[in-house]
Design a binder for this molecule. Structure first.
Ligand SMILES: *Cc1c(COP(=O)(O)O)cnc(C)c1O
Length: 405
């Protein structure tokens, strides 16, 4: 429905005027038949692209058996997915959720509960970073600390202390006897594809160990193969105590998870937390199917080689259009173009050339395509970006000429 009609959807989103009806691989196909190369992937969710045969098979097979049983009973598929996630990471235990924000809620509650159950009920505060994004629940907007998301929603949930991005001294100064944990995205997504240097993560790990704090990583966007590692932290050798994941793990099915060491999770006994839908059989079937693909040894090799190709071509674009693009940043297929024009103009120009990309903070355009993109997809995307940059460069020159008259 176009924006000129009355919509019965709450108008919380500024939706672009295209309606995607189906998809094939990295291509999204609108109701009118127009094809868009999707380098936004539903905000890093469609990790295996559209209509992946293995995901379709897993979902339809599960749909014939049972959709939902509740967490009152055993969950064989959940046990299997949790065991596989733990096998592949630092974690010993997993709580399944329906979204990223819920995975963060679990992480926040778990950190507080850990402190209270180990004799420190006074430790409940969590240090977070400027530019962070952790979701849209009341606790996670407080954790993210962005004024535009907090405004008008009453008192900010207490217990979050925000420090500038990359300021180790500020983190140190923010630690008080009430601090329970430090929460950070190893790569800020909404904040503008800002990579936290490994030495910073190491510094946080040391501070946590020294002060008895838990280190929480938010890998909701950076996880599940996106950076060329299964999780971004695995490229740094700095392990957290708790980690929130979501987006890519469901490949489009809404799900998330909170992963933790046995030590960090020790306060979370029966009755301390729950979710009606979290970990339901449909979600678990799809999550396991996503892992079947992502855990194949050649899968991450592919992400690494195709992302190298993309990054090289983007560097070429940067050389050609210094008035449009000022920087290429990010890791693997979690890439950002810092724009010299408003980032939203570049997004719109790309869409006019049938390439979908996503704006972020710091005037960055995110390129977060499905992890299964081919070299041909990369070539098409760069061609479309070139066309978009050309449009913007011409508009810029025309405006300059107009001003000179
Ligand atoms: C998207 C995102 C979230 C929130 O996930 P939802 O599923 O929208 O609740 C949290 N943290 C990060 C880093 C994200 O990118």
């Amino acid at each position: 429905m176009s924006s000129s009609h009355l919509s019965h959807l709450l108008p919380t989103y500024a939706r672009a005027d295209i309606a995607i009806e189906r998809g094939e691989g990295a291509w999204a196909i609108a109701g009118n038949g127009e094809r868009y190369l999707d380098f936004g992937a539903g905000v890093a969710v469609n990790s295996l692209g559209y209509s992946h045969p293995h995901l379709i098979a897993a979902l339809t097979e599960q749909a014939q058996k049972i959709w939902h049983t509740s967490n009152l009973y055993q969950s064989p598929q959940g046990e299997r997915l949790a065991a596989r996630l733990c096998e592949a990471t630092f974690a010993d235990q997993v709580f399944f959720t329906n979204s990223g924000a819920e995975a963060l809620e679990c992480a926040i509650k778990m950190a507080r509960k850990y402190q209270s159950s180990t004799g420190h009920p006074e430790k409940y505060r969590i240090i977070t970073f400027e530019g962070a994004f952790h979701g849209r629940t009341l606790a996670t907007i407080a954790a993210g600390g962005q004024a535009k998301y907090l405004e008008g929603f009453g008192p900010k949930v207490d217990g979050f202390d925000q420090v500038p991005f990359g300021d180790h001294a500020a983190v140190k100064a923010a630690i008080t006897p009430q601090t329970a944990a430090i929460l950070i995205e190893p790569i800020q997504g909404e904040g503008g594809v800002r990579v936290v240097p490994p030495q910073c993560l190491r510094g946080l790990r040391e501070l946590c160990d020294e002060h008895g704090l838990l280190l929480i990583f938010d890998e909701v966007q950076s996880g599940v193969g996106r950076t060329g590692r299964l999780f971004a932290y695995q490229g740094t050798r700095i392990a957290p105590d708790i980690m929130a994941i979501a987006k890519g793990i469901g490949g489009g099915f809404p799900m998330g998870a909170c992963l933790a060491t046995k030590e960090a999770a020790q306060g979370m006994g029966a009755g301390t937390h729950g979710s009606t839908f979290g970990g339901n059989p449909l979600a678990m079937a799809v999550g396991n199917a996503v892992l079947d693909e992502v855990l194949k040894p050649e899968f991450l090799e592919h992400v690494n080689s195709v992302s190298l190709l993309l990054k090289q071509k983007l560097m070429g674009l940067l050389d050609h259009y210094p008035n449009i693009i000022s920087e290429v940043r990010g890791e693997g297929l979690f890439l950002g173009l810092r724009a010299k024009v408003p980032a939203s103009d570049l997004v719109t120009a790309a869409r006019a050339n049938h390439l979908l990309v996503i704006p972020a903070g710091d005037n960055v355009v995110r390129l977060i395509p499905p992890l299964i993109i081919t070299a041909d997809d990369v070539a098409s995307a760069v061609q479309k970006l070139e066309a978009a940059c050309n449009m913007l460069e011409n508009a810029r020159l025309t405006a300059q000429k107009g001003a000179a008259k």
